[in-house]
Design a protein. Structure first.
Length: 679
C-alpha cells in the first residue's frame, strides 16, 4: 500500500528573531518531520533543537483535545469535558453580563506564544475593540529597548543581518546568540572565519561568550555606563567620524559633555570589569571598520534598560559605522515591516471609546486591586491566549493570588494544561502552527514568511481566530469584519506591499530595502538624524540624553540580599514553551541556579544540592550548579520552568518584581536581589 507524502511550507511561530521558514513532511495526514526550508537564505535548512521537535509537541499525549470546564477549586487542575457549543454559550453569556456593566472589567492577556499576525491580534483585537474591553499594554519582553530605538534611530530598524558576515568587529551585547539567535550566530561565525573579532558583553559566561575572542562580564544593569565609557575614549582619542556626526546626528555637544564624565575607571567601578578592558574595547570600536553591534533584549530588563539601549544605539553614529552595509547595529528589524495593523485589528470598532490600559507586567497587582476612580472597575474576566502568565509574569505569588479569586472569570486558549490553565474556568483547545494559516514578520531579518496548515486540527482544536469569531456571533456582534477568514486576513496583513503570490509559492518574500539604510542619514526620526538628544523624551519630563541609571536593586545595596540574580532562558526552552516536551525536558533535567564557586563556598553549597533562593517577594527551590558561567556576586536562575514542574511548586518569577523600566513600561526581570542557602 503506497504512502501519500507531501511537503508543506510554513513558518516558525515562536518568539525568536530568526523567524525560520519551515518545511513539514506529512505522511498520510500525519506530520512526521519539521525541517528548516533550505531555499530560505536566513534559515538555510537549519532549525534549533526546540522547533525540530515540533511533531513531538503537536502529538504530545498531554495535548488538549477537547474543551474543558472547571469542576474543582481554582488551581486544582480539575476539569470535565464539555462541548464547544456549551463552552462558547456559557462564556458568551458571562462576558455579556460583565460587558453590560462595564466592558473594561474584561481584560485580554496575550503575548508571543505565536508571533503570527493572524492567530495573534486580528480577530481577537477586533473582538475586544468591539466590546470596549480594557487595552493590554503588551510590554513583557521588548518595550524598553523598542521605545529606546524609536527615540534614537526612529524605530525598530537597523542593519540587515546577513551583512554581519562581512563585519570586521562584532559586539554581541546582551545576547546568547547560540541559544536565542542561532542563524545570526552562523553569520558571526562566517565573519570570525574571515578574521573578524567577536566580543561578547554579558553578565553570564554563556555558550556564546565562550566562543568569542573576548568576554566583558559586567554586572547586570551597567551597560549604559560601559557604553558611555566607550564614548569617553572615542572622544579623548579622537576616534570619531566628525563628518558623519555633523551631518547626520543631533545633540552631539551635550552627549560629548556627558560622556567625558565617564572615564574607564569610573565605569570599571560601576560595571565590575577592568578599566583596561574598557579601553581596549573602545579602541577596537573606534579603529575597526566595518564594525557592528548585535543587541538582544536581555540587557534592557533592568530599571535603566531603555537608557542603556539608547546609549549603545548611539555608538555606530559616532564612528560612522552606518556608512557600511556591514556596520551599524541591530536590536530589532520589526519596524521595517509594513504591516497594516489597522486593517487587521480594526481600532475603528472602538467608536470613539478610550478604554483604560492594563500593563501585563503588573497583572499580579492589578488583579488584586479594588475598583476605584483612578483604576476603574475591578477586573472581573480574563481571556488568556498565546501566553502563560502564571509562569512568565513577575512576582508570580501575587499573580497566583489574583488568578485564584473565585469571582474572577477566566478563559484560557491553550495547547496544554499549563500553570495558567489550572486556574481557568474554561480551557479551549487551540491549534498549533501545523494546523492553521498565519503570516509573520521578523525581528531578526527582513523577510515576510507565510504559514500554510500542514495537517487537520488534532482532536477538536480550533484556531484562535475561529474561537473569537464564534464568541462574537454568540454575543450578538454582527459586524461584517468577523466574517473574514484566515486566508483573507493573511492577504490583508501587508496588502499590496508584499507579493502574496510569491508567498504562496515560496513560503517567504524579502522586503525591498537598501543595503546600508543610514549611510547618508535618513533615520526615521522627526529630525531625520540619529538623535543623541531626544526632544520627545524631554517633553515627557525624561532626560533627553542617555545616561546610566542604577538598578532598583543594585548589587551591594542590601545586606540581607547580597546576590544579584538574572534569569536567562534555559537553552532548550523558549519562555515557558517546550518545557513539557519530554525530549527537551530530559536535556534540561531540572531547574538550575548557576552560582560562582566563591559564593557557593561562603554558603556551604555544593553542585547538585537543593537550594532555597529567596527575597521579600517569595522563595524558589532548585538545584545549584557551581559554575564559572556565574560571575561573583551574581547568580543565574535559568528559566522559565512551569511552576508545577518546579521542585516546590514555584519558579524563578516568584522572586522578580513588578517594577517598570525607565522607558517603555517594561519588566525588570534582571534587576533582582536575592539570598541563597541550602534547602
Amino acid at each position: 500500500m503506497s504512502k501519500r507524502i507531501t511537503l508543506v511550507k510554513g513558518a516558525c511561530p515562536h518568539d525568536c528573531p530568526d523567524a525560520c521558514a519551515l518545511v513539514t513532511t506529512v505522511q498520510d495526514g500525519v506530520a512526521v518531520k519539521v525541517q528548516g526550508n533550505p531555499e530560505h537564505r536566513h534559515t538555510g535548512g537549519v532549525l534549533c533543537t526546540k522547533v525540530s521537535r515540533y511533531p513531538e509537541r503537536t502529538y504530545h499525549p498531554e495535548r488538549l483535545l477537547h474543551p474543558l470546564r472547571r469542576v474543582g477549586p481554582k488551581g486544582s487542575g480539575k476539569f470535565e469535558r464539555t462541548s464547544w457549543d456549551q463552552a462558547l454559550m456559557d462564556i458568551a453569556a458571562r462576558l455579556s453580563q460583565i460587558a453590560a456593566r462595564d466592558p473594561q472589567a474584561i481584560v485580554p492577556y496575550s503575548y508571543a506564544g505565536t508571533m503570527g499576525l493572524v492567530q495573534g491580534e486580528s480577530i481577537a483585537a477586533r473582538f475586544f475593540n468591539r466590546l470596549g474591553a480594557s487595552f493590554l499594554d503588551r510590554t513583557i519582553c521588548s518595550n524598553a529597548g523598542g521605545e529606546a530605538l524609536v527615540h534614537t534611530l526612529g524605530g525598530k530598524v537597523g542593519m540587515k543581518v546577513e551583512y554581519f558576515a562581512e563585519s570586521r568587529l562584532i559586539l554581541i551585547w546582551g545576547s546568547n546568540s547560540i541559544t536565542s539567535n542561532l542563524h545570526f550566530w552562523r553569520q558571526a561565525q562566517e565573519a570570525k572565519r574571515n578574521g573578524a573579532r567577536l566580543v561578547c558583553i554579558d553578565p553570564r559566561r554563556t555558550e556564546t561568550a565562550e566562543k568569542c575572542h573576548d568576554h566583558v562580564q559586567l554586572r547586570p544593569g551597567t551597560d549604559a555606563a560601559l557604553a558611555l565609557a566607550i564614548m569617553h575614549e572615542l572622544v579623548v582619542n579622537d576616534l570619531l567620524d566628525h563628518d558623519y556626526i555633523e551631518r547626520y546626528t543631533l545633540g552631539w555637544e551635550a552627549l560629548r559633555e556627558r560622556a567625558l564624565r565617564w572615564t574607564p575607571e569610573r565605569a570599571a567601578e560601576v560595571c565590575g570589569v577592568p578599566a583596561a578592558q574598557i579601553r581596549a574595547l573602545a579602541r577596537d570600536w573606534g579603529t575597526t571598520q566595518p564594525a557592528a553591534i548585535r543587541l538582544n533584549y536581555g540587557m534592557q530588563r533592568v530599571r535603566g534598560g531603555g537608557n542603556a539601549v539608547r546609549a549603545i544605539a548611539c555608538l555606530p553614529a559616532l564612528t560612522g559605522a552606518w556608512r557600511h552595509r556591514a556596520g551599524g547595529a541591530l536590536l530589532s528589524s520589526s519596524g521595517q515591516f509594513p504591516v497594516d495593523k489597522a486593517a487587521l485589528q480594526r481600532p475603528d470598532l472602538l467608536a470613539g471609546r478610550q478604554p483604560r490600559t492594563i500593563n501585563m507586567v503588573t497583572i499580579g497587582d492589578d488583579l488584586l486591586r479594588p475598583a476605584s476612580p483612578a483604576f476603574g472597575p475591578r477586573i472581573e474576566a480574563l481571556v488568556v491566549y498565546n501566553s502563560n502568565p502564571l509562569a512568565v509574569a513577575p512576582e508570580s505569588g501575587k499573580v497566583v493570588a489574583g488568578f485564584a479569586r473565585e469571582d474572577l472569570f477566566t478563559v484560557v486558549l491553550e495547547h496544554f494544561q499549563t500553570d495558567t490553565a489550572d486556574y481557568a474556568d474554561y480551557i479551549l483547545p487551540a491549534t498549533t502552527q501545523l494546523e492553521h494559516w498565519d503570516i509573520h514578520f521578523s525581528y531578526g531579518h527582513t523577510d515576510v514568511t507565510l504559514n500554510r496548515p500542514a495537517i487537520a486540527p488534532v482532536g477538536e482544536a480550533r484556531p484562535n481566530t475561529q474561537v473569537f469569531r464564534e464568541l462574537a456571533r454568540r454575543m450578538g456582534l454582527t459586524d461584517p469584519c468577523f466574517d473574514d477568514d484566515d486566508l483573507a486576513l493573511c492577504r490583508m496583513a501587508y496588502g499590496a506591499r508584499v507579493d502574496f503570490d510569491e508567498l504562496l509559492q515560496e513560503g517567504f518574500a524579502p522586503l525591498p530595502l537598501p543595503e546600508a539604510p543610514f549611510a547618508q542619514g535618513g533615520f526615521p526620526t522627526p529630525s531625520g538624524k540619529c538623535e543623541f538628544f531626544s526632544e520627545r523624551l524631554a517633553r515627557q519630563g525624561l532626560d533627553g540624553l542617555p545616561d546610566h541609571l542604577p538598578n532598583y536593586e543594585a548589587a551591594g545595596t542590601s545586606p540581607r540580599y547580597p546576590l544579584a540574580m538574572i534569569s536567562p532562558p534555559a537553552r532548550n526552552f523558549l519562555n515557558s514553551s517546550f518545557v513539557n516536551v519530554d525530549s527537551l525536558q530530559e536535556i534540561e533535567r531540572e531547574p538550575l541556579l548557576e552560582i560562582h564557586a566563591s559564593d557557593a563556598a561562603a554558603r556551604g553549597i555544593a553542585s547538585g544540592a537543593v537550594v532555597r533562593v529567596f527575597n521579600d517577594r517569595g522563595q524558589y527551590h532548585c538545584k545549584a550548579q557551581v559554575s564559572e558561567r556565574a560571575r561573583p556576586g551574581v547568580v543565574n536562575g535559568l528559566g522559565v520552568w512551569w511552576r508545577k514542574l518546579g521542585l516546590a511548586g514555584t519558579n524563578v518569577n516568584e522572586l522578580t518584581s513588578q517594577q517598570l523600566t525607565d522607558i517603555g513600561r517594561g519588566p525588570v526581570f534582571y534587576d533582582c536581589l536575592v539570598e541563597v542557602e541550602p534547602a
